[in-house]
Design a protein around this ligand. Structure first.
Ligand SMILES: NC(=O)c1ccc[n+]([C@@H]2O[C@H](COP(=O)([O-])OP(=O)(O)OC[C@H]3O[C@@H](n4cnc5c(N)ncnc54)[C@H](OP(=O)(O)O)[C@@H]3O)[C@@H](O)[C@H]2O)c1
Length: 512
């Protein structure tokens, strides 16, 4: 998409800071996220010449490994996970800046030795004394790692460099635990140096929502309840609890795991007012206003507006799969939802009365995330003699896979009779720009190195999102008469109760 020179967004977009050299320390260096996402993201940035020179990567984990052993393991997983393949020459150059530091998160000495290790790396000046700590660890370790970084003085900037921290989800399991985590974070790093990753915000189509809305005159005037009948945000996953996912998932559920963070973030991007500029705080201020305008739900509203469900035994891709309660590491009488559908209202000027339907489910027929805005139908007076057809225009944003957008409209069928059919105008990133989108972690790592926190969640965003979610969880788990848990067969699109939720207002879920 080209942005014309008289576009007011242009200056802001082009003046984004550039990523700076630094020492990147990954806590949890032998874990799944490091192998599948972080190292392939860094490798791809290196392959595209986007990684600033002077980047040094240090892995921190408990197992005993030499630098070479860890590099070889990383090369192996990069071959499997890199989006652009694995060029041995690029890899060798990139890997020469990787080292491993063995340590236990609880051991303060390990942080002092890490400090000496980083001083040695800094000695040639290539990192400009900048340090970026990435907490790719289970959440129970966040506080101890932060406290030990502080104890070793590693949270302090030195010699003109900066020191920042990136923290992974889950950011608490409710408002109280999120506040406690934020308290520990703010004891160690300033809010400006804290980068809370929500990898959905790093996805190209999520970033494109603001461009679509605020750089195109065609959409913005329609972007309000006067013209929009309903909004749908769907995140479907075909996976269940395989690969040991059950343990964590059963303590969280679809709402805490996906809605509190990723789906509410997407809702904010759709619903927010134009920010005064594209600085991180202006954008995040507007998102917080949306979160504060979400209509809070008491137990009765939860029962009326939310459907929760668990999958039962079924078939996906011709394969028979067990029900949620039969999965490994799931409690026998678990009351954790693997599916949730919500009707959310935003009580502000722009969105008064427009339902936002948000659904997330495991073991649905396919993996897909998309947002659709359904416009109100025009008066049918001219075409009332024709067979009735759903006349609403629908703007769809596909977040994954096949990132892109489409607009549904009605058109005359070619021929000598008047017949109307829906048609679709489609835009795919791959075919329009000749290349696929980078992985979300690539963009987010570069932004953290550049000091641009726009795509990271601020403290008050996280806490306001929990405030909304806590009321729902409390109606489910603390109320005397909790609403029932619905069921859906694995491989279906969810329980009939979720269809009924939309049918009450004459709506239906968009087919993905
Ligand atoms: N994996 C994903 O796709 C994904 C996606 C989104 C968010 N996340 C989040 O990212 C974080 C990391 O996830 P993950 O899947 O990579 O976890 P993981 O595979 O379980 O890896 C955990 C890492 O922590 C290290 N570790 C554990 N206890 C330690 C200790 N006492 N001292 C030092 N190191 C210790 C392990 O090192 P040793 O093996 O040497 O013990 C390992 O490197 C989690 O917060 C998760 O929620 C993950």
């Amino acid at each position: 998409m080209s942005i014309s020179s008289d576009n007011p967004l242009r200056e802001d977009l082009l003046s984004r800071q550039v990523a700076k050299p630094c020492s990147l320390v990954i806590f949890g260096a032998t874990g799944d996220l490091t192998h599948r996402k972080l190292i392939p993201a860094l490798y791809n940035l290196a392959a595209d010449n986007d990684l600033p020179p002077g980047i040094k990567v240090t892995g921190f984990a408990r197992r005993d490994k030499t630098d070479d052993y860890w590099r070889n393991e990383l090369a192996e997983s990069n071959r499997k996970n890199s989006r652009s393949g694995h060029d041995p020459e690029v890899w060798e150059e990139f890997a020469s800046n990787i080292s491993y530091h063995r340590g236990n998160f609880n051991d303060t000495d390990a942080y002092h030795s890490l400090s000496r290790h980083l001083d040695m790396i800094d000695a040639d000046g290539s990192t400009m004394h900048n340090r970026l700590f990435y907490l790719s660890t289970a959440p129970e370790f966040f506080p101890i790692v932060l406290e030990n970084l502080k104890e070793a003085g590693l949270n302090q900037s030195r010699n003109g460099g900066w020191t920042r921290v990136i923290i992974e989800k889950p950011l608490g399991s409710d408002l109280t635990t999120a506040q406690e985590l934020n308290r520990v974070l703010s004891n160690t790093f300033s809010e400006d140096d804290t980068y809370r990753i929500d990898h959905y915000l790093g996805k190209e189509t999520a970033q494109n929502i603001m461009i679509l809305r605020f750089a195109n005159a065609i959409f913005e005037p329609l972007w309000r309840s006067r013209f929009i009948e309903q909004v749908q945000i769907t995140c479907a996953e075909d996976l269940g609890m395989e690969g040991g996912r059950g343990g964590y998932y059963d303590t969280a559920g679809a709402t805490r795991d996906m809605v509190q963070n990723h789906l509410l973030q997407l809702l904010c991007l759709i619903a927010m007012e134009p920010p005064t500029d594209l600085s991180a705080d202006s954008v995040r201020d507007e998102k917080v206003k949306v979160l504060r305008s979400l209509r809070r739900m008491g137990p009765e509203e939860v029962e009326r507006n939310i459907v929760r469900a668990q999958y039962t035994h079924g078939e996906i891709n011709d394969e028979s799969v067990p029900g949620y309660l039969q999965e490994e590491r799931i409690a026998d009488e678990s009351k954790t939802e693997s599916y949730v559908a919500m009707r959310i209202f935003i009580d502000n000027w722009r969105w008064e009365g427009t339902p936002f339907y948000v659904r997330m489910g495991k073991r649905l027929p396919k993996k897909a995330t998309e947002i659709s805005l359904h416009l109100k139908s025009p008066p049918n007076v001219l075409f009332q003699k024709l067979p009735s057809i759903d006349g609403s225009n629908v703007l769809t944003m596909r977040i994954q896979p096949d990132e892109g957008m489409s607009v549904r409209m009605l058109s005359k069928l070619p021929g000598n009779t008047l017949q109307i059919e829906p048609v679709k105008m489609d835009f795919h990133y791959l075919s329009s720009f000749g290349k696929g989108s980078p992985e979300a972690y690539e963009r987010l790592l570069l932004d953290a190195m550049a000091g641009d926190a726009t795509l990271f969640a601020r403290r008050d965003e996280v806490e306001n999102a929990w405030l909304f979610i806590d009321a729902i969880e409390s109606a489910w788990h603390e109320h005397e008469q909790p609403p029932p848990m619905a069921e859906y067969p694995a491989g279906s699109w969810g329980p009939p109760e979720a269809d009924q939720l939309l049918a009450e207002r004459g709506h239906h879920w968009r087919e993905l």
